[in-house]
Design a protein around this ligand. Structure first.
Ligand SMILES: CC(C)(COP(=O)(O)OP(=O)(O)OC[C@H]1O[C@@H](n2cnc3c(N)ncnc32)[C@H](O)[C@@H]1OP(=O)(O)O)[C@@H](O)C(=O)NCCC(=O)NCCS
Length: 248
């Protein structure tokens, strides 16, 4: 994986060049700072979903995440964020639909507390996951429910102080794979062996036609994150979208 940096633009609507066919762009989103008029960027279904959150903080984060997602995808496609249309896979994975060229822009979103990541590619199926690290986890029931026997052994051999961070990094890598496949939690997590070492690796799954190219991602403090790409990728470009009215 080669990490690139992005040029800065202060125009929130400035067009973005699609990723090269082998590359993936990762956007780090700060959900405390939604884009301007974020609620207006969402479609009726998203607005309805936003209304149903019990806690205001969850509603704010959801609106920010979907506002940023639409604004950034719209910049790649040269379209207004509110005009984008989505279709959903059998297990809920969203994909762009509508106009002919839109569907080839692949993406995946993940959010945890105030942070979100958006992975964007030009045709490569991607899955991304970010997890806020909880110091009280994993307990033995959770670990046994999601780790392979080999992973459980590896975890048990680590000093207890390291186990929480390593577990969350492992879980982010697993979930990124499950999301790249579009299966999410419909895939039994113990069917994927990703191990405890956060290195780029090839993961095999009966559900992947070839292999899953799995990579840890730089993550904001207190979080673990990972990217999975079906069939492999070349370069990754990491960008931040944090201030209202600007996107990188
Ligand atoms: C997808 C899933 C793994 C998300 O886990 P999570 O850690 O809670 O959430 P993350 O923040 O990492 O990802 C959520 C985002 O992933 C995307 N997503 C949803 N389903 C997905 C799937 N099957 N595969 C990949 N991505 C998916 C969406 O963009 C979603 O964002 P949204 O909730 O704001 O719309 C989990 O919710 C799941 O397995 N859902 C499937 C449920 C299902 O089978 N539904 C069938 C009927 S639709």
């Amino acid at each position: 994986m080669r990490l690139g940096t992005a040029s800065r633009s202060r125009d929130p609507a400035a067009p973005l060049e699609r990723p090269q066919p082998s590359d993936v762009h990762i956007w780090e989103l700060d959900l405390r700072r939604p884009p301007a008029h974020a609620l207006d960027l969402l479609d009726a279904a998203e607005q309805e979903r936003a209304r149903r959150f019990v806690f205001a903080i969850d509603q704010t984060r959801y609106i920010a995440a979907h506002g940023w997602m639409r604004q950034i995808l719209g910049r790649y496609l040269g379209r207004a964020p509110q005009d984008l249309q989505f279709t959903f896979g059998l297990h809920g994975k969203p994909a762009l639909s509508g106009r002919r060229n839109d569907a080839s822009l692949c993406f995946n979103l993940s959010h945890s507390l105030d942070k979100a990541l958006l992975a964007v590619s030009n045709g490569l199926p991607v899955g991304v996951d970010i997890e806020a690290i909880r110091p009280d986890l994993p307990d033995s029931v959770l670990a046994a429910g999601v780790l392979t026997p080999g992973e459980l052994d590896e975890l048990a051999q680590l000093p207890p102080k390291q186990q929480t961070d390593v577990f969350f990094a492992c879980w982010a890598r697993k979930e990124a794979c499950m999301k790249a496949l579009g299966l999410g939690l419909a895939l039994e997590p113990r069917s994927l062996h990703v191990g405890m070492i956060p290195a780029r690796q090839r993961v095999l799954s009966d559900h992947a036609p070839d292999y899953i190219d799995l990579s840890p991602l730089p993550s904001p403090s207190g979080h673990a994150a990972a990217l999975a790409v079906l069939g492999g990728f070349g370069k990754m470009l990491y960008r931040q979208a944090s201030l209202p009215g600007r996107s990188d």
